[in-house]
Design a binder for this molecule. Structure first.
Ligand code: 6PG
Length: 638
């Protein structure tokens, strides 16, 4: 159970502690207690005999209250009305961490209170007693002071606003690199925000509180390491964004949040979650009356901060309710519209993000192969390669990935290029592989993307590669560094392979849309990928325009693309054959070539596959000279 806050209303008798305390407790939906109900028998007797209590009488009473406060703190919290006139009485009550006690002094002039008490029906008012209370009262440095010269509702409103119990518009869980950047982005767009980060001793300490301190507009953000207070601080129906690692942590946080949520609250998962998990989570939460949006967010740390590309999937109702903020923080396309659009039903947002990452994997590998062959076959230095890439960027090939690759090539450490010092072992969190599995599930080719995943996998077996290279001692060959024809061919091959890779990604989206009945809008997806995300670039701008003219055509079949591809395809085959012959592994360039040659072949080798299947398994085959409804089997041995 979370830790509850104890609101202690203190001040002289007649200041309204009970009336205000009860109203406050009702508003906060926590119990109200009157300190007078906790006096020991001996004190009650003394008071009813007309004797005032002294400090030693008060000691066991205050101690008992301190124990109660400790107990309420472990539950939902409480409002306590207690005179607590002297500082030393208040010190005794501080049995818990001070951040969980909110001191509220109800302050008013002697005349005002005396007047009110005199007017109370059936109330026997002793002026001397009130005077002695005023003499005893020591005003406190801590907490808030509320002047009671107004109505009880006004007093309650002033207390809630002074206590900063104004609710935030949004909540965000997880202040890792992406979570922090997204939170700053939200604050820059004037959203009020509550942030939560778990507390792990010696590892994640006061992350949320420190984040709040570092914000220039810290009055717009509240920090918590206690989940209940965090949830309570958000306007209902709540929107809570999860920026935690994909996988088990998402379920862990959802399960921890559920007990504190109310009907119609919406959880927004902004991590790279698997689309099937998103689908399951949506159903699980819908059963409990909560909404769920699975949102792909691309653009890394900088994108999250300045404007990412955002791919939300879930019920339209959830998007209409909670999606506003996503559009506000997203990057803008060239017409200044948000790079965020409602993608489709549960799971579709994360599916689209997964395919984005698949395209990203293959583009990265394509650039890596292009750099590698320029470096070791073309004998260029990293800065010369950067210069070549900069020329390509001006030839309609500009992209975020080409830009950062150019920067990487120019980065030096002392006299050396940093790229030469980086171990050739690629990491991955899985989204490329997920795309491959997803393509297999709907029977689509994903050649460039799956090869880029395999390239990372083979890079991972470094020691085996070193051992094999020593055994085989294969030599690579190279050309003279002033071979301009090779560079021209490579540019064309790169252009063609990149188009093929994008075509493959969009074909998978189209097929998934049919299969899962998502009605994906390809031009909108291309549009939100024109800015903020990792695969933005000149080509994506063109793809957006093309799909806008026709959402159903395959990318490689648009006449504008055919015009670009035709002069490039022979260069693609040329580069792959020259590169392989010279001893270089070119998985994505090869995959792109093979895909393209197969895709543009009316006749492939699959007739032989069908014959083989029929031979050993009687799987039957269709014939070119017969109706496609008819299936044949041959007894191949006779
Ligand atoms: C993005 C990136 C981002 C992340 C990848 C990296 O669109 O902003 O794709 O999501 O960098 O998950 O994935 P790997 O670690 O698998 O390369």
């Amino acid at each position: 159970m979370g830790k509850g806050v104890i609101y202690i209303l203190f001040g002289v008798s007649g200041s309204g502690k009970t009336t205000i305390g009860k109203k406050l407790a009702k508003d906060f939906n926590i119990p109200f207690f009157d300190a007078d109900d906790f006096h020991p028998e001996s004190n009650i007797k003394k008071m009813s005999d007309g004797f005032p209590l002294n400090d030693s009488d008060r000691e066991p009473w205050l101690q008992k209250l301190a124990n109660e406060i400790n107990d309420w703190n472990t539950k939902r919290g409480a409002v306590l009305a207690c005179s607590a006139l002297k500082q030393k009485y208040r010190e005794t009550l501080k049995s818990i961490d001070k951040e969980y006690i909110k001191w509220i002094l109800l302050d008013g002039s002697f005349d005002l209170i005396a007047n009110r008490m005199e007017k109370r029906k059936n109330h026997f008012f002793k002026k001397e007693m009130l005077l002695s209370q005023f003499e005893t009262l020591e005003k406190s440095e801590e907490g808030i002071i509320i002047n009671i010269d107004k109505s009880s509702d006004e007093i309650v409103n002033e207390i809630t606003s002074k206590l900063n119990t104004k609710k935030s518009q949004l909540g965000l869980v997880g202040l890792g690199v992406m979570g922090k950047s997204l939170a700053k982005n939200l604050l820059s767009k004037n959203f009020t925000l509550s942030v939560y980060n778990r507390q792990v001793d010696g590892y994640e300490v006061d992350i949320a509180k420190n984040f709040v301190k570092q914000q220039p507009d810290s009055h717009n953000v509240l920090g918590f390491d206690d989940l209940k207070s965090f949830v309570d601080s958000i306007e209902r129906p709540r929107t809570i964004i999860l920026m935690v690692n994909a996988g088990k942590p998402v379920d862990f946080v959802i399960d921890a949040l559920i007990p504190f949520l109310s009907e119609d609250d919406c959880i927004v998962d902004g991590g790279n979650s698997h689309y099937k998990s998103t689908f399951e989570r949506s159903n699980r939460l819908a059963d409990k009356g909560f909404h769920f949006l699975g949102v792909g967010i691309s653009g890394g740390e900088e994108g999250a901060l300045k404007g990412p590309s955002i791919m939300p999937g879930g019920s339209k109702e959830a998007y209409d309710r909670s999606g506003d903020f996503l559009e506000a923080i997203a990057a803008r396309d060239k017409a200044n519209n948000p790079c965020c659009t409602y993608i489709g039903p549960e799971g579709s947002g994360h599916y689209v993000k997964m395919v984005h990452n698949g395209i990203e994997y293959a583009e990265m590998q394509l650039l890596a192969e292009t750099y590698h062959i320029l470096r070791f076959y073309g004998k260029k230095t990293p800065d010369q390669i950067a210069a070549i890439f900069n020329i390509w960027r001006n030839n309609g090939l500009d992209s975020y990935l080409l830009e950062i690759t150019t920067d990487i090539l120019l980065k030096k450490e002392g006299d050396d290029f940093l790229i030469d010092k980086i171990l050739d072992k690629a990491g991955q969190k899985g989204t490329g592989g997920w795309s491959t599995n997803a393509a297999l599930e709907v029977g689509m080719p994903l050649s460039t993307i799956s090869e880029s995943v395999m390239a990372r996998n083979i890079s991972g077996i470094k020691s085996k590669r070193v051992e094999a290279s020593e055994i085989y001692q294969l030599k690579t060959s190279s050309i003279s560094s002033d071979d301009t024809v090779f560079i021209e061919n490579l540019e064309k091959a790169f252009r063609a392979a990149s188009i093929i890779n994008h075509h493959i990604g969009f074909e998978l989206l189209k097929e998934a849309s049919n299969e899962y009945k998502w009605k994906l809008n390809l031009s909108e997806i291309a549009r939100i990928w024109t800015n903020g995300c990792i695969i933005r670039g000149d080509l994506m701008e063109q793809i957006w325009e093309l799909f806008l003219s026709n959402n159903d055509t395959s990318l490689l079949l648009f006449s504008d693309i055919v015009t670009i591809m035709k002069p490039c395809v022979s260069s693609l085959s040329e580069i792959v054959s020259v590169g392989l012959k010279a001893g270089f592994s070119l998985p994505v360039l090869s995959a792109a070539t093979n895909y393209f040659l197969a895709y543009t072949s009316a006749q492939t080798s699959a007739n032989m596959i069908q014959a083989q299947r029929d031979y050993f398994g009687a799987h039957t085959y269709q014939r070119v000279d017969s109706s496609l409804d008819e299936y044949f089997h041959t007894n191949w041995k006779h």
